[in-house]
Ligand binder design. Sequence first.
Ligand SMILES: [Zn+2]
Length: 255
Amino acid sequence: MTIQITPLEAFNDNYIWAIHNDQHCYVVDPGQSRPVNAYLENKQLTLSGILITHHHHDHVGGLVELQHQHNCPAWGPDDDRIDGDVRRLSEADWVDMDTLNRRLQILFIPGHTLSHIAFYNDDWLFCGDTLFSLGCGRMFEGHPAMFVESLDKIMALPDHLNVYCGHEYTQSNGRFARAVEPDSIALADFCRRVDIIRKSNQPSLPSQLGTEKKINPFLRCHNPIFRQQLESQLNRPINNAVDCFAHLRQWKDEF
Ligand SMILES: [Zn+2]
């Protein structure tokens, strides 16, 4: 029974991830119901459940309507700002995707929002707006130490995981990453491949976690050489990983 993971486009640059076999489907972060219903109808699939990473409207906007239409369970963060009949998760929990015979574990990764979670197993990581390819989410509610701790949890996961992010931001993140590391050949190569993929309107995701660990600036804050480079570029002392993250995040916000 093969499982496919398909990005459904929503709003300008959101991805709703559809995880399915030839009968049953789960969706991650349905900001809109329409693309989900269109896909279910087109592929003749039953909606078995809904997974939510965080409370932002572009990730939950379709939740209540889909649940009402399909009478399926939903799982998400323990956060009152999310409406619907949602099973509230914390880090020790898991989600059994019964109809696909898969289990997802939960990571608590606050920073973009205070209750943000990710879902992962041995193959996949659904990380919402915490980690993007070549970037990370804006720090709307958290603080740098919290965000670094969350990214450290992601860093501890195996390299071969496919990373399914909430937005197609890879090209613009790449422009920033190249400003941070203008001499990185691996980064330049990756960005060239992304440009080709995006030119043919294909998604740049999923990305591989091992690749992100090497070239995503926000995952490199523990690297002393990276910190030294940033120090000389910004011309100010950077004392530790949290400091490094804070300066990077601020630079990206203004970029
Ligand atoms: Zn968000």
